[in-house]
Design a protein around this ligand. Structure first.
Ligand SMILES: Cc1ncc(COP(=O)(O)O)c(C=O)c1O
Length: 319
């Protein structure tokens, strides 16, 4: 077994809280609390990715995402902490008054290039071409794919399972539920569970691709990690459950009924979910596990995303 090196960026272990909502208790893992400006699930992956970037003597980091990407914002800030600049390749438009994550990207001095949705389809090729152009000038750009989901980055969520195992007896837990975008969080948890011989289901509430694409991608990442790091475990595909249909309004939108649930939850518990990921995933969790009284056997992971709320003030407080 090969264990990759990491640098310390995340405030971990994050708390595992017992939260009560509408008279029912459930377990909430607070991965929104991995830090302040640098917060959310991406920080765990960045500990590994940036260690590798530094080791490979990167001059700059490239990454991509939507204009409110939490991963992009976390990358910019984490890279600054280790003395690196970031260039972001974002799906969205230049705006005079950026807010939320984009505002922070600018405050922390990221170089940003914007793309239409159609152009963004080729973002990996574009990053690769720009990397080659820099190489000719003897500059080394290290590319993190969208969401930081590589077989290295997902180690952050292998360790998450080890952390959670100390906080609760995972043998009594049926499933761990989290929002899913690029699949790395779910893939890491699958590997972590396999390494610990746990029969827990990893439930990924996906907001971007089709269910089939997502399943395939998560399993490829998990199995790729087992191969790359010669891990002594076998991934059981039946332990992956991809929940579909909670982002029908589109990745950059959120339905009013979901916002109403987010606000009710916020006002009852003091905990806020974001519009792109956790608000949608919590809606799924609420319907499938919480309302049915199964919150103590199924953990919900709050993966962060707070800053994206500030780009959606009209949805959160309609006139
Ligand atoms: C707040 C938040 N939750 C969940 C996710 C999904 O994580 P992953 O990309 O590892 O599937 C993301 C990013 O994509 C995110 O920003």
């Amino acid at each position: 077994m090969i264990t990759p090196k990491k640098i310390s960026l995340a405030q971990i272990p994050t708390p595992l809280e017992e939260v009560k909502f509408e008279g029912k208790s459930f377990l909430l893992k607070r991965d929104d609390l991995t830090g302040c400006e640098l917060s959310g699930n991406k920080v765990r992956k960045l500990e590994y990715l940036l260690a590798d970037a530094k080791n490979k003597k990167a001059d700059i980091v490239f990454t991509s995402g939507g204009d409110q990407s939490n991963h992009a914002r976390a990358t910019v800030i984490a890279a600054r902490k280790v003395g690196l600049k970031t260039k972001l390749f974002l799906w969205g438009k230049e705006t005079k008054n950026p807010n939320g994550n984009l505002f922070l990207d600018k405050v922390f001095g990221a170089d940003i290039q914007y793309f239409s949705k159609a152009e963004y389809e080729n973002v990996n090729d574009i990053m690769f071409e720009q990397r080659l152009a820099l190489l000719k000038k003897k500059k080394n750009a290290y590319v993190f794919p969208g969401g930081g989901s590589t077989t290295l980055g997902i180690w952050g969520y292998i360790n998450f399972i080890n952390e959670l195992k100390i906080q609760t007896n995972l043998k009594n837990i049926d499933s761990i539920v989290a929002a899913c975008g690029s699949g790395g969080t779910a893939a890491g948890m699958l590997v972590g569970a396999a390494l610990n011989n746990l029969n827990v289901k990893i439930v990924a509430v996906h907001v971007l691709m089709t269910k089939e694409e997502m399943e395939k991608h998560i399993l490829q990442l998990a199995e790729g990690c087992v191969l790359d790091y010669k891990l002594n475990c076998k991934i059981n595909p039946e332990n992956l459950v991809v929940l579909d249909g909670y982002s029908k309004e589109g990745y950059k939108k959120i339905s009013q009924s979901k916002v109403n649930l987010i606000k009710k939850f916020a006002q009852d518990t003091g905990i806020l979910f974001d519009p792109a990921y956790t608000g949608k995933a919590f809606t799924a969790y609420y319907e499938k596990y919480l309302k049915t009284g199964n919150g103590r056997k199924n953990i919900f992971v709050h993966t962060g995303g707070l800053f994206a709320v500030f780009d959606r003030t009209k949805e959160y407080i309609p006139n």
